[in-house]
Design a protein around this ligand. Sequence first.
Ligand code: ATP
Length: 215
Amino acid sequence: MLKASRLNVDIGPARIIRDGSFEIETGQMVGLIGANGAGKTTCLRTIMGLIPPVSGQVSFDHFELTKTPAHQRATLGIGYMPEDRRLVPSQTAEENILTPVWSVGIPDWQDRLAWIYKLIPEVEALRERPSTSLSGGQQKLVALARALMLGNKLLLLDEPSEGIAPVLARRISDILADMKSEGVTVLISESNTQHCEDLLDRMFMIERGTITSND
Ligand code: ATP
């Protein structure tokens, strides 16, 4: 359902993704594993349409994502959790989670929010808190909840366990396991498989922009 074919992506004069191809089936949880600077963030941002590729295609459920305008892409059920969380500091946790509702409109947002709070009850407990008062790990949970607001079909998670306490990293793994049982397809980037190995159906390795499968 998500397929990248011969993707080449440049940032400035440098080629960051080189002829990258991979496929993810519906309901799978797939890892994109590589060292810092290997190109994981660039790959996810390209899938999200935030960076145009020089060549190659990304398709999702028969839509050619590299040619789908942003407003239409927002309705496809794809959510993205950036590595650096990017919460709006002046807003509460819940206001951050609802940002996609205001920006693209989600008719069934109340049901979605209830589903998210069922998956991540600790975020409901934080809903009134200003996002600046949250710990780094709590902010990751809020960013994950926000990604789920749009991403009920496909979630792209950029290093969800990076830089947080081990207990929260384990909690995120548990949430991912629950999401998997709900049928959400997940592409998760990590620098190693320490926190996600048991969850992954498949793994792609990325090294200096070259993607290989470990099958
Ligand atoms: P990290 O875990 O450090 O984020 P990554 O695997 O996600 O690593 P990317 O962030 O995709 O890697 O970066 C891949 C390469 O592209 C790196 O060499 C990085 O320096 C370079 N790069 C990324 N963004 C920019 C930018 N805005 N300008 C210049 N070079 C960039």
